[in-house]
Design a protein around this ligand. Structure first.
Ligand code: C2O
Ligand code: CU
Length: 483
C-alpha cells in the first residue's frame, strides 16, 4: 500500500522501521485510586521512532496520549491537575455530564490554572462510556502539542469481551526533525479546515500492526483527539458493529458502507470479532480524504489456534445511560446558524460581548473581524477565545425539553459540541437520523440542517462550539445558559 500524504516522510519512515505496535492503554488503569494526578508539562516522546529524534510535546504525566483514566459508572472521579506549563491551562472532561463548576472552561466556569498552580476536578460519573479529557485554554495549540487523554467509564455489568482496547487517534504536524511545527492559528487554518497534520498516531505512536488471536472478541474504543482531522475507517476482512457513539449506547449495527466516521472529538465503541484464520493479515485504512487514502494499521493474526470456532453468542447491546428523554411536543425551539469561513462570507458578523462597547453597537465587517482572527460566527456573533464576560447565545429554561435546529450555511464541515448535556439527533435535512443517537458532538456537512433535542437539566453556562479547534478559536463558539 502506498501512502499518499502530501508530506509523507513520517508515515513511510515508521513503517520502514518496522515499528512493532500493540494497541492498548498507554499506562496502567487507575480505577482504584482515590485521587488521581495529572501533571501538564512538556516532555520528550517517541512519536515517530526509528532514527528520528524524540518529539518535545506537551503531556499529561509525561506521556501522549495522557494516561487512561478508568472508572466505573456512578463512581466519583477526583483529578488534581498541576500546571507545569509556561501558560495557563484547564482540563475539560469531554462528554461527561457534570456540575458546571467542574467543566473546565476558563473564565466561564473557573479561573484558568496559572503556571505552578493546581486545581481539583471532583465529580461523579453518571454515564458509562468512552470519554476524553483535554485543555480548554488555548486549545488549538495545547491539544495539538499533545494534551489529550482517554477516560473510560465501565458499565456496572459490562458486556463480555476478550479484550477492551482504546485507540486514541491523533494527528500531528511535524517538521523534518520530528519536532512539532509552529504556525498555530495561522489565518489559513483558521478560515479553512483547521490544522491538518502529516502524521497520524494511535495511542501516541506511528502504528505498525496490532496483534490479535483468531476467534477473540475485542471491544475497540475509538477516540478522535485531533484538532481538525476526520477519520473514515475501513476494517478489511472484518465487520465491526457499532455499539456506542460519543459514549452513549446505540443498537448494535454495522457501519454504513462498512466505514466508521469520526469527526474531531467524536468516539465510537466497536465490537470486532476476529473471524479470520491464524497467520492472516488485514489492513485498517482511512478513506476520509478521498484523494489521500492510506493504511492506518494492520491486523496481524497470531499462529495459535483460534480461541473459539465462531463468534461468541453473548449479547453486545449496552444498557442505556440515565438520560432524560426530551418531550418533543412541549419542547422550546431554537435555531443556530453557522456562518463564515473562506468562500462563505461573514459580512455583518458582530463580535460577541463587544457590541455596544468598543464597537459602538454596529456590526463589524468581515475584514475587521478577520483582522482579529475571527472568521466564523454563530447567529452572527463571533466569540473570541479569551472572552471573559459573554452574553449567552441562547437561554434554556431549566428542566424543559429543547429542540435545536442547527443550520450550516458555510462551505465547510463542522462538528458541533455542547457541554454538560448529550442530545438526541432527531433529523438531518428533514429525514429522521438513523437510530436517533445520543451524541455530544454532531457533524454538520456544508448546507446541512440538523435537529437535535435534549432536556436542559443541568444548570449553568455551557459552551457550544465547533470542535475543529481552529474554528473554535476563530469565533465559532458561544455559551448557552440553562437557568
Ligand atoms: Cu472537547 Cu469544549 O470541548
Ligand atoms: Cu467548524
Amino acid at each position: 500500500m502506498t501512502e499518499r500524504f502530501t508530506r509523507r516522510d513520517f508515515i513511510a519512515a515508521g513503517i520502514a522501521a518496522g515499528t512493532a505496535f500493540v494497541a492498548g492503554p498507554a499506562v496502567a488503569a487507575t480505577r482504584d485510586s482515590v485521587e488521581f494526578t495529572l501533571n501538564a508539562a512538556p516532555a520528550k516522546t517517541k512519536i515517530v521512532g526509528g532514527d528520528y529524534p524524540d518529539t518535545m510535546a506537551w503531556t499529561y504525566n509525561g506521556v501522549v496520549p495522557g494516561p487512561l483514566i478508568r472508572k466505573r459508572q456512578g463512581d466519583r472521579l477526583r483529578v488534581r491537575v498541576h500546571n507545569r506549563l509556561a501558560e495557563p491551562t484547564t482540563v475539560h472532561f469531554h462528554g461527561v455530564r457534570m456540575p458546571n463548576a467542574m467543566d473546565g472552561v476558563p473564565f466561564v466556569t473557573q479561573d484558568p490554572i496559572a503556571p505552578k498552580n493546581s486545581f481539583l476536578y471532583d465529580f461523579t460519573l453518571p454515564d458509562a462510556g468512552t470519554f476524553w479529557y483535554h485543555p480548554h485554554s488555548n486549545s488549538s495549540e495545547q491539544v495539538a502539542r499533545g494534551l489529550a487523554g482517554p477516560l473510560v467509564v465501565e458499565e456496572r455489568n459490562p458486556i463480555a469481551v476478550d479484550r477492551d482496547l482504546v485507540w486514541v487517534l491523533d494527528d500531528w504536524l511535524l517538521d523534518k526533525s520530528a519536532a512539532i511545527a509552529g504556525g498555530f492559528g495561522n489565518p489559513h487554518d483558521l478560515s479553512h479546515n483547521g490544522r491538518i497534520g502529516n502524521t497520524v498516531t494511535i495511542n501516541g505512536r506511528l502504528p505498525g500492526h496490532i496483534s490479535v488471536r483468531g476467534g477473540e472478541r475485542i471491544r475497540l474504543r475509538l477516540v478522535n483527539v485531533a484538532n481538525a482531522r476526520f477519520f473514515a475507517l475501513r476494517f478489511d476482512g472484518h465487520a465491526p458493529k457499532i455499539i456506542a457513539l460519543d459514549g452513549q449506547p446505540v443498537p448494535p449495527h454495522a457501519a454504513d458502507d462498512g466505514t466508521v466516521v469520526l469527526a474531531p472529538a467524536q468516539r465510537a465503541d466497536l465490537i470486532l470479532d476476529m473471524t479470520q484464520p491464524p497467520g492472516s493479515r488485514f489492513t485498517v485504512s482511512d478513506r476520509y480524504y478521498r484523494r489521500q487514502p492510506y493504511r492506518l494499521v494492520d491486523i496481524a493474526y497470531g499462529s495459535e489456534k483460534p480461541l473459539r470456532s465462531g463468534p461468541p453468542d453473548t449479547p453486545i447491546a449496552l444498557p442505556a445511560n440515565p438520560l432524560p428523554e426530551p418531550k418533543l411536543r412541549e419542547a422550546a425551539r431554537h435555531e443556530v446558524v453557522l456562518e463564515g469561513g473562506a468562500m462563505g462570507g461573514m459580512m455583518g458578523g458582530r463580535m460577541g460581548g463587544m457590541m455596544g462597547g468598543m464597537m459602538g453597537g454596529g456590526p463589524m465587517g468581515m475584514r475587521a473581524l478577520a483582522g482579529r482572527g475571527l472568521f466564523w460566527a454563530l447567529n452572527g456573533v463571533a466569540m473570541p477565545e479569551d472572552m471573559r464576560r459573554i452574553e449567552p447565545l441562547l437561554t434554556f429554561q431549566h428542566g424543559r425539553s429543547q429542540i435545536l435546529t442547527l443550520r450550516n450555511e458555510t462551505a465547510w464541515d463542522h462538528p458541533m459540541h455542547l457541554h454538560g448535556h448529550s442530545f438526541r439527533v432527531l433529523s438531518r435535512n428533514g429525514k429522521p437520523e438513523k437510530n436517533q443517537p445520543w451524541l455530544d458532538t454532531v457533524l454538520l456537512h456544508p448546507r446541512d440542517r440538523v435537529d437535535v433535542a435534549f432536556v436542559a437539566d443541568n444548570p449553568g453556562d455551557w459552551m457550544f462550539h465547533c470542535h475543529i479547534l481552529e474554528h473554535q478559536k476563530a469565533g465559532m463558539m458561544a455559551t448557552v445558559r440553562v437557568a
